[in-house]
Design a protein around this ligand. Structure first.
Ligand code: NPG
Length: 368
């Protein structure tokens, strides 16, 4: 039985600034939820950033929605499934919903001694790891940073691009590291459909995919773009549910999907998207939002499902933090192990977590 929920706000520095087409991240502004009862605790990590630049969500906003609308729906016997049913009428706020869904899933799976990987239907004991490389001050810097990640053993490189930092950086990386490198790019919505001819220049570099070139709302424009650009289009920000995924696939807006559980309201919806794509022959891979070990553990469970045929942005702890809040995830032969313990399969180091915590509050549950 659930006895209460702790909401914790904390912060942790990134090992290096991470620049995308929408901004620079230097510190993760963290929100964790801990659903507890009977000596068991289930954890969730909110992926929203400090400012609404990737999507409309931001971490203080998530806290507000959680306090006003989502946490009041939790009673002593609320499960992830009953929570989702209860909040169906609350529109949007996927990242806020996801952190609570995950903490509930983790709590009940730990009570049942079942791993999240098993619960979701994972078939792989470890997952292939890629790395997302931020926009660098120069092409020389970029080549150096990519070299470092390849030396670490990463199996696929994703380059962040934006207008003015796209064709030439990609050309440099492809020519330096050769045709064998698994390479893809991510624009985070920075282009317009009228840039189609420009983006088609990327076709020369044998990329795995171009991720989210156009704004989130412009799903149909991606279908238009796909007629001009040969490189497969992958959607991230646009895919907010299995329903949107189905429509995007139907109209030819994407041939690959980046699944981020938090972007779609949690792991249950993420699994639906996986299953849909699996049936339709659409490749998927697991995105990342600079998660600490708590969020990373859960993502690895999902990334172990059979449809995840492309390496994800599920990198090792050392790519992000000097010290992670859990036992670090370590890259071995370019892979990360999928946790096997109950729930998300890993516990935070509470002393360390306390040392980076800014404030914490126990929230009484509404019913039961
Ligand atoms: O390795 O976790 C990671 C980061 C992967 O590039 C990554 N995330 O748009 O997919 C994205 C991007 C992102 C970064 C989004 C920061 C939001 C903030």
């Amino acid at each position: 039985m659930i006895e209460g929920i702790r909401l914790r706000r904390a912060h942790i520095d990134l090992v290096s600034p991470f620049r995308t087409s929408f901004g620079v991240e230097t510190t993760r502004d963290l929100l964790y939820l801990e659903v507890f009862g009977g000596g068991t605790a289930g954890w969730g990590e909110c992926v929203a950033m400090s400012a609404p630049m990737y999507s409309s969500e931001y971490v203080d906003g998530c806290e507000d929605v959680l306090r006003r609308f989502l946490l009041p729906e939790v009673g002593s016997d609320t499960t992830a499934q009953s929570f989702n049913a209860a909040v169906e009428g609350i529109r949007g706020h996927y990242m806020a919903k996801a952190v609570l869904e995950t903490a509930l899933l983790d709590f009940w799976l730990r009570c049942d001694q079942v791993s999240l990987a098993t619960f979701l239907g994972a078939t792989q004991p470890r997952v292939r790891s890629g790395v997302s490389v931020g926009i660098q001050p120069s092409i020389d810097d970029l080549v150096r940073v990519v070299q470092g990640y390849l030396d670490d053993g990463y199996l696929r490189i994703k380059l962040k691009i934006e207008p003015g930092f796209d064709i030439e950086p990609v050309r440099a990386v492809r020519s330096t590291f050769g045709d064998g490198l698994l390479l893809q790019v991510d624009a985070n919505s920075a282009y317009h459909v009228s840039d189609a001819e420009h983006l088609a220049k990327l076709d020369d570099f044998d990329l795995l995919l171009i991720e989210q070139p156009l704004p989130e709302e412009q799903v149909a424009s991606h279908a238009q773009l796909a007629k001009v650009v040969r490189t497969p289009i992958c959607l991230d920000e646009s895919i907010l549910s299995a329903e949107v995924a189905r429509e995007a696939i139907d109209i030819g807006a994407c041939s690959i999907i980046n699944i981020k559980p938090a972007r779609v309201g949690g792991y249950l919806e993420a699994k639906k998207i996986h299953d849909l794509c699996f049936d339709r022959g659409i490749a998927v891979w697991c995105g990342g939002m600079l998660e600490t070990g708590i969020g990373r553990a859960a993502n690895l469970a999902l990334a172990a499902l059979p449809g995840f045929t492309l390496p994800g942005d599920t990198s090792a702890s050392a790519r992000y933090f000097q010290r992670d809040v859990t036992t670090p995830f370590v890259l071995r032969d370019g892979h990360l192990d999928v946790p096997t313990g109950p729930g998300i399969g890993i516990d935070p180091d509470l002393d360390y977590l306390d040392s980076i915590t800014d404030r914490m509050e126990t929230i009484a549950i509404a019913r039961g």
